[in-house]
Design a protein around this ligand. Sequence first.
Ligand SMILES: [Zn+2]
Ligand SMILES: [Zn+2]
Length: 900
Amino acid sequence: MESCTQFCARLHKLAARTGSTPSRDELDSLLSHWKSDLPHGLALGTFQELQSRSCPFCQLALAAITHTVADVKRIATDQPIDVVLFPEETGFRLSFPSRLGTQLLFVASNESQVASPDCARVIDSSHISPGTISRWLHKCHSNHANCVRPAMLSTEDDSPSGGYFREEDTSNFRVLDLEARCIKRVALHARYVTLSYVWGQIPMFQLQRGNVKALETPGGLDLVLSGLPRTVQNAIDLVKSIGERYLWIDALCLVQDDIRDVNIGIELMNSIYQGSYFTLVAATGADSNAGLPGFQDARASGFQIVKELVPGGMRLAVVHSIDWHIEKSIYSSRGWTMQELVLPRRTVIFINNQVYFRCHEANWSEEIWSDKFTSWLDPDDSNISRIPQIDEGRVFSLWVYQKLCEDYSRRILRNDGDALRAVAGISRPLFAGMRTIGIEGLPAYFLDMFLLFVSPESRLRRRPEFASFSWAGWEGKILWPRENYVAYDESGNSFWNPENIAKYFATSRLIEWAVWPRSQRLRKFSRVEPGKQTPLGMLLQQFPLLFPHEQISEESSLISSVELDYSYDPDLLGYDETNIDFPWLDLDRAKTIFPGRGEVKEQETTIEGGNKTRLIRKALQSVNSQAEYNQLVAKFSTTQHSTEIKYLRNWLASRQWKIRKFHQQVESSSQQSIPFSTASTWQKEHYFFREPRHSIHSDENAKMQRDDTRVASIKTYSAQSKLSLPGYTQTSDIPIQFVRYTKSYYNLPPYCILYFQSVVFNLAFGERPTSWATDHPSKADAMPADSHAIDDIPLHSASGTLVGSLHPDHLDFVGSVGEKVQLVVVARCQTLTSKSALWQSSLICDPSGKALGGPWDLLWVMSITWVDGIAERRGIGQVLTQSLADSIEPGPEVKEILLG
Ligand SMILES: [Zn+2]
Ligand SMILES: [Zn+2]
């Protein structure tokens, strides 16, 4: 014991005391001796020293480390290990391998010893008790306002005979009725449980057209029960044992050989999971035979590490957060399971031979005493496990979208073609929250930010089914640059805050984006006031010598037969900062979402007048059912509602959604034609589930190719050789030269393409960073488990100056030194990325070689290549704006670009 630390000695002295677990004050005074070292931590010693000690605390610390690190042999013997005490916690953490996710918590032997929610509890039963789960559900249901589904507008629809409308008559939403032992159609606001699990390679019984009838017959489920995988059987037993009647399981509730039924189901995922009473997550194992370990079979041993500090005295336990367990599971490596974990209001998670509970107000588990408290959120639990409500502000949705897509990108999809479908349930509510339409999985009104994703390791593999400008078009981990969240004050001080993104959009946009979906007109969604200079025009104005003076026409020369469609939401965009309406987060919420990110500015927190109407319009686009429609109306119509109600009615009529008034006298004749909305009161308006949008599934490609009207439009393009930027006025004297493509356009890709005009120019590749050669194999299949972001490759101007920095999507896309790289300007930017090659540039540094502070005059650029006349992205970079004046021949040109 004498070889051990002073800290251990003092801790063991404290541990000899019996009774309640130590309070925060006691831990503070225990550590007061070293307080000046906190919160950096108190040195325990090196990993090797820890291995040689027999002291119980050091042994527990060692066990926590070896339990966490996959390959203990790779830990350096001189790795320092510190004990860390976080503010307001009553347990310890270790500095290695991570301060987050793992805690050493004091064990309370019984309820009377519990001093705080972060007290450990020893699990002594061999089986998981359904009673525990019932108690958690009941406690959440009766105490947590944030976990309750929004109230229905009217309870009329709930009564079996009452109301004029029964949603289940029109919906394809089915559940397993565990009482009648069959499949049953219900309304989406019924109380049901959802199951989330990994299918794996197991052949599984599925609901199909041929067996729907048999399974809908009471008792029909009994015929197939024994053939179902173990996880499904366990789930059925568990849900029954806690007294719930309805259970939704994808394989048994969507008709798997009916594309329309499955597509509606995929569109509905957000509603199905968000609306469920709770979601049962089977996160153990590799396939659907893994079951719910600990529920019907006894738990395996060794899932809890507990140590007595002194004989008969206090004990400490190693406790990991639920996220820590999930991150290590096969479950979390699968693309489809992400939304199933994120969308529900409550999840009951089976993992680590235990059961865990997570809702909007609590993290409860068997191994800690937090369920003795009404509400407690584990600080280690992910803050993106909750999808924002539509009225919680655009920035919140934008931020969550970014985090979730980044998470999603590291997951595995068995079919490339599922890349967008497997997150449809998340992207639609988030797009509604951002008040944007979606294009190829990206929020269309925010392309200036979301085209800029990069692969930290430069190992993306192209998915040919999807556009290269979207993350969906690439397999592999992606990140979005956080530099766009930096803003500068007048003295040049920089501030990082997610809300600064509004400033970025106000000051950095250059491009007027238009999207060209199949079989539709080109759709443009940006606005330039008539007679006002375009942002791109303003950029060109900085270089009057580069663009020869020529008269230009107002028409696009590339796509002459297609009209631009300005039917985008005109209130959303505008280059004037004052035109951007972000309903800002309220202060308290902002602090929870973006902790420790400096001051959050006080902004407008309410949604008034016109803003409110626009919000309703976007909210309605995320609605999937009568139940959700009613909830929304209830939410927006509590007070002064006449305007909103009028608006709702107009919206319904304009969208021509199928509205049906189920008056009692017509209820039987469901074959009647369906009238469109002219209903006099909103209470009587009803509609079907939304129709599925066209999916880009490969088996539908052939048909869609025939329907693709874009080919004809491009074929007929006229021989004009000049163009203008729309909104570029004739009074302007800034000339633009247009250089036309020479390739043919007959092979249009199946996905949406973007159309825009921008500056295209060339720079030359510099030397590859030395870090690439050593730790980076050139083939994507050799991805190490914990790889790190690589350095960017330098880009040189015609005169050989270092003027830019490129992050390639794959190392194979990088040419040899001096080879040309074609770049297209995407947006302005002010901050260099951390791995930028520009930190070495003489144009950034002072004479002594020290980099100067921002803001800088930079451009985000995309490196492109041409495939059948369509540009495809190959990387993202930053260049100094001044590099346009020193680019490699033929010099910068304004081009019309189709980006696919
Ligand atoms: Zn020790
Ligand atoms: Zn709750």
